[in-house]
Design a protein around this ligand. Structure first.
Ligand code: MG
Length: 338
């Protein structure tokens, strides 16, 4: 198996601010595997929160690529062996999982959703994310996002209710709120959520710091809105605790280590009665495509990471009427643009 690794500087269309940081660009890496003359691609968006840097991600990709062997048509044992071959570095593992699945799909002549027995027509609409800004700017972005049927708003700046009121002056679509651990006091969190419930808000993501599990159990018992774990999910084993403290979980390929573990996580989360949000990082359409193939399994796709960037190195599945329309092409169904 021949392996090539590429570095990308992904530029954001707008400076993106959430409760704890701000950025204009993000590093992504892509990996290309070649087997029997066929090329498969996968994307890594390394996450500093989990100690991942572009350098550590590249080193992990090189180490794991060197150990790949066998026929990608038997993708499951190949991916499970790859996942066990290196500690941490889930973004690198996600990239290799995607590249192996892309190869498998091309070798078998089927899109991933077909290999998994999913119906692309069952894709729920994706949310479109707006970062923290002044209420006026957020309302302007909400007005620009008219094609989307659901918005996701980042809160936790202190001006939260003003932001929601401003959005409601321009649109009445369902709005999901992501506090990114912004409320540290449970009484404050409950008060904020009770206010949000009066404004047509659909759900609240990670209202409190992930470590405050007891406070989240308290909050879950009282919240009028579904609460979704994001930062609280770091591995499939976390789902047991998440099942007690939240109503749902935001699963991201970059945190799971790819599509195979994400499918394990979806099955386990469902068995615990959790709702499924399928999320992403700020990342190329290559990574979004892999997650989108799982979209028919999600309640809340949140797969807009490629729509926020201006220099995507890969092609994308189209979005129309706010839904990702998976192309009927083998593997991931997207390709490098040059
Ligand atoms: Mg989040």
């Amino acid at each position: 198996m021949k392996c090539s690794i590429f570095d990308h500087r992904i530029d954001l269309k707008h400076t993106f601010t959430i409760a704890n940081r701000s950025s204009d660009w993000r590093p992504n890496l892509s990996v290309r595997l070649e087997y029997e003359g066929i090329r498969g691609y996968g994307l890594a968006a390394p996450n500093p929160r989990y100690g991942e840097t572009p350098e550590s991600c590249r080193a992990a990709l090189e180490a794991m690529c060197g150990q790949l062997e066998g026929d990608p048509r038997a993708y499951e044992p190949m991916i499970r062996k790859m996942l066990a071959s290196h500690p941490g570095e889930y973004a690198a593992k996600a990239a290799l999982d995607m590249a192996i699945m892309d190869l498998a799909g091309k070798l078998l002549g089927a899109p991933l959703y077909r290999m998994w027995g999913l119906d692309p027509a069952a894709m729920p609409p994706t949310s479109f994310t707006i970062g923290i800004d002044t209420p006026e700017k957020v309302a302007q972005r909400a007005a620009e996002a008219r094609g989307f049927r659901v918005l996701k708003i980042k809160l936790g700046s202190g001006d939260d209710q003003a932001i929601i009121r401003a959005i409601r002056t321009v649109t009445d679509v369902p709005v999901r709120v992501d506090a990114n651990e912004g409320w540290t006091d449970r009484e404050t969190a409950l008060r904020e959520i009770e206010q949000l419930a009066k404004q047509g808000i659909e759900l609240v993501e990670q209202p409190m710091p992930a470590a405050q599990v007891e406070d989240m159990i308290w909050l879950k018992a009282r919240s009028p809105l579904p609460l979704i774990a994001d930062e609280a999910f770091t591995a499939v084993g976390d789902l047991i605790t998440i099942g007690e403290a939240y109503h749902g979980v935001n699963l991201k390929l970059m945190k799971c280590g790819g599509t195979l573990i994400a499918r394990d996580a979806i099955a386990m989360a469902r068995s615990l009665g959790l709702k499924i949000m399928l999320g992403c990082m700020v990342e190329s359409a290559l990574g979004i495509a892999a997650a989108a193939h799982l979209g028919p399994l999600a309640d809340f796709p949140d797969l807009d990471g490629n729509l926020l960037i201006s220099n995507d190195p890969y092609s994308a599945h189209p979005v129309s009427d706010g839904r990702i329309r998976l192309l009927d092409a083998p593997g991931l169904g997207v390709a490098p643009l040059n």
